[in-house]
Write a protein that binds this ligand. Structure first.
Ligand code: PAZ
Length: 287
C-alpha cells in the first residue's frame, strides 16, 4: 500500500502554487494555534473530486457533492470557536453564502486579502483528485504539531477510480472511431496513511455515502474498523439533509434536523456532537 501511495504522488502532475499555499497554511496555523492559548483547528473537506480523462482536460468524470454539508459544517465549527481550513471543490457551496452561486463577482464582497486568510477561515480550492490528495497531505503534515487539537472532517466525495497521469492521453480523445474503452485504476486509500503517518494524533471523522440503505450501516462500520478513524458519519443520498448516523466504537447515534424549526440544518446538531467528542478526545490525550 505504501508503494502504491508513493507512486500515486510521484506520478501526479505537480500542484500549482504549492509554495504560496504552504506559506498561507503555515501562517494560518501559526496564527491560530498561538491565539487564545491554542485554538482548535479543523480541516473540513467539501465537494467532489474530478478525474480528468485527458492531460489537457476537456472531459472528466465527476463525483456528486454540492458542498452544502462542508459549508454548513464550517459555519458551525467557526461558531464553536474553531479555526477552519476549508478544502473545497471550485464552484461548490461556500460558507456564509450557501444559497448563492459561486460567482467571481461575489468575491468583490470578501475581505480583499490575497492570502485568502480571513481570521478563522482559510479557503483552499481543488478540482481534480490529484489536487485534492496533494493538498490533503500538505495540510495533514502542516497540522502534525497541533496534535489532538487538530481535526479532519472529511465530507468531500472522493473518487475511488482514476486514470493514472502517465497512461492518460495528452490531447482530447478523438471521437468517430466507435465506443470508448477506458480502464480506471483504483485510487489508493489515503485514509489509513493519514491516520498512521501524516497526522496520527489528529481527531478524524470520515463520511460514508450510499444510495442503498440496506448496506449503509455495514459499510460504515467496516470503514470505522479498517481506517481506525474516531467516527464515521453514515448518510444516504436521498435523506442526507434530514438525518445522518454517527458510527463509533461507543455505538451509533442518529442525528436529525429539527423539523419544527425551518432554519435548522442537520449540521447544527452534528457539529455539536462532534465538538463534544473532540473535547473528550483532547482531555483523554492529556491524561
Ligand atoms: O455536499 P452535499 O451536501 O451535497 O453532500 C454531502 C455528502 C453526501 C457528499 C457527504 O455527506 C458525504 O457523505 N461524503 C462522503 C462521500 C463518500 O462516501 O465518498
Amino acid at each position: 500500500m505504501e508503494d502504491e501511495i508513493s507512486s500515486f504522488f510521484e506520478s501526479s502532475p505537480p500542484q500549482k502554487n504549492m509554495e504560496e499555499i504552504l506559506e498561507n497554511l503555515n501562517e494560518f496555523i501559526k496564527l491560530n494555534s498561538s491565539s487564545q492559548g491554542g485554538r482548535r483547528i479543523v480541516c473540513v473537506t467539501s465537494g467532489g473530486t474530478t478525474v480528468p480523462l485527458e492531460q489537457r482536460c476537456v472531459r472528466y468524470i465527476d463525483n456528486f457533492s454540492s458542498g452544502n454539508r462542508g459549508a454548513a459544517s464550517t459555519e458551525n465549527f467557526v461558531k464553536a470557536g474553531y479555526a477552519v481550513i476549508f478544502l473545497y471543490r471550485r464552484g461548490t457551496c461556500q460558507p456564509y453564502c450557501r444559497s448563492l452561486p459561486d460567482d467571481p463577482f461575489l468575491e468583490c464582497f470578501e475581505f480583499p486579502d490575497k492570502t485568502n486568510i480571513q481570521g478563522s477561515l482559510l479557503k483552499l480550492p481543488f478540482s481534480t483528485i490529484y489536487e485534492y490528495l496533494q493538498m490533503l497531505r500538505l495540510i495533514a503534515e502542516a497540522l502534525k504539531d497541533v496534535g489532538p487539537c487538530s481535526m479532519f472532517y472529511l465530507a468531500a466525495a472522493v473518487s475511488d477510480f482514476y486514470v493514472p497521469w502517465k497512461s492518460m492521453t495528452e490531447h482530447k480523445i478523438e471521437s468517430g472511431s466507435g465506443p470508448l474503452d477506458i480502464r480506471l485504476a483504483q485510487v489508493p486509500k489515503m485514509l489509513s496513511v493519514l491516520r498512521s503517518n501524516w497526522a496520527p494524533k489528529a481527531f478524524c471523522i470520515s463520511f460514508k455515502l450510499e444510495t442503498d440503505s440496506k448496506i449503509l450501516m455495514e459499510k460504515a462500520t467496516k470503514a470505522l474498523r479498517k481506517y481506525k478513524v474516531h467516527a464515521v458519519v453514515a448518510n444516504e443520498l436521498s435523506t442526507r439533509k434530514e438525518e445522518v448516523v454517527v458510527v463509533s466504537s461507543s455505538g451509533n447515534v442518529v442525528v436529525r434536523r429539527e423539523c419544527d424549526k425551518p432554519e435548522s440544518f442537520v449540521e447544527d446538531n452534528l457539529i455539536r456532537l462532534i465538538v463534544d467528542r473532540h473535547s473528550t478526545y483532547i482531555k483523554e490525550s492529556h491524561n
